[in-house]
Design a protein around this ligand. Structure first.
Ligand code: PAF
Length: 305
């Protein structure tokens, strides 16, 4: 394609798909909502799409008559020393990808549209946001809950789609939707992984080849925990010890936490007697990665439980 044709395609996609104000978004969704049988799906993202985002768009496309994807790098969920400025962005590529997935509309507002002068109200999640990533990212889930609440209020989706990779985010949003009476179904889609097992994330673009290779230990350690639980291991401390040993074997991977918690309220559990969530966070070079898996107890006693 010539650079002129490229520019025309870009402009065409922007005019067909892109909405950058809340007012226009509300107007377009309200139009779609009154069509017979309308089901409105929302996929909130920070853009720079990868296969994980595509799986959310595909689930939404399969289940909804009208699909909105938001792509907004939300400044208030980043700490002062975090990667807000360097977070990867590519609006035209995202628009082309969203169009390819049959998305109806992409909401990519400028920051001043979302946080207007005088903005002074936050949604503050409670205890559920304090452990795991909340311990090292104070204010992060307040930023997430606030932007998601704003999106829910503007779009009023029937269903909103999130990835299991961000398990704490999912728990916080579910809690918020229940506590604040948002009339929306929260659909959680499985984590999509790179061939070595590393969970897909826009931040994976920061990794060098060697870092990427070593980062896959998080997947291997989670898989080992899953296998141990399925074979009857119920001791949280033994599972964590084993995982820490595996992760410690990769010199570029600096473990922040490995925790086993109740998947709904994220409270730590002492043994894997029922389904539990094992979650990890680690720094690999300058990149902070998270991942998790569900543990399902197995072994001789499981059938009686
Ligand atoms: O998961 C993300 O990409 C973000 O945290 C979200 C939910 C879009 C809020 O900014």
């Amino acid at each position: 394609m010539s650079s002129n044709e490229n520019a025309v395609t870009r402009l065409d996609l922007r005019s067909r798909l892109l909405v950058s104000t809340a007012g226009e978004l509300r107007r377009r969704v309200d139009e779609a909502r009154i069509r017979p049988g309308a089901v409105i799906g929302l996929v909130p993202t920070m853009g720079f799409f990868h296969e994980g985002h595509l799986s959310l768009m595909r689930a939404a496309r399969a289940e909804c008559s009208y699909v909105i994807v938001s792509a907004f790098v939300n400044p208030i969920q980043f700490g002062a020393t975090e990667d807000f400025n360097t977070y990867p962005r590519d609006l035209d590529r995202d628009l082309a990808v969203a169009a390819g997935e049959g998305v109806d509309l992409m909401f990519a507002p400028p920051e001043h549209e979302v946080y207007q002068p005088g903005f002074d109200t936050m949604v503050v999640p409670g205890k559920i946001s304090e452990g795991l990533c909340g311990a090292s990212r104070p204010g992060h889930f307040r930023g997430v809950a606030t932007i998601v609440a704003k999106l829910f209020n503007i779009v009023k989706p029937d269903t909103a789609y999130f990835g299991q990779k961000d398990a704490q985010q999912v728990a916080v949003i579910r809690r918020m939707a229940t506590d604040l009476n948002f009339d929306v179904a929260i659909r959680v889609c499985p984590t999509v992984r790179e061939p070595g097992g590393l969970a897909m994330s826009s931040r994976n673009t920061y990794l060098s080849d060697e870092e990427r290779e070593q980062a896959a230990v998080l997947f291997r350690a989670l898989s080992a925990a899953k296998e141990a639980a399925a074979s009857g291991e119920t001791s949280v401390s033994r599972i964590r010890r084993k995982m820490k040993k595996m992760i410690g074997g990769e010199y570029l991977v600096d473990l922040e936490y490995v925790k086993i918690v109740n998947p709904v309220d994220l409270e730590p559990v002492e043994e894997v007697a029922t389904e539990a969530l094992v979650a990890v966070a680690a720094r690999v070079g300058r990149t902070r990665l998270i991942d998790n898996m569900m543990l399902t107890p197995g072994g001789p006693d499981a059938a009686d439980a």
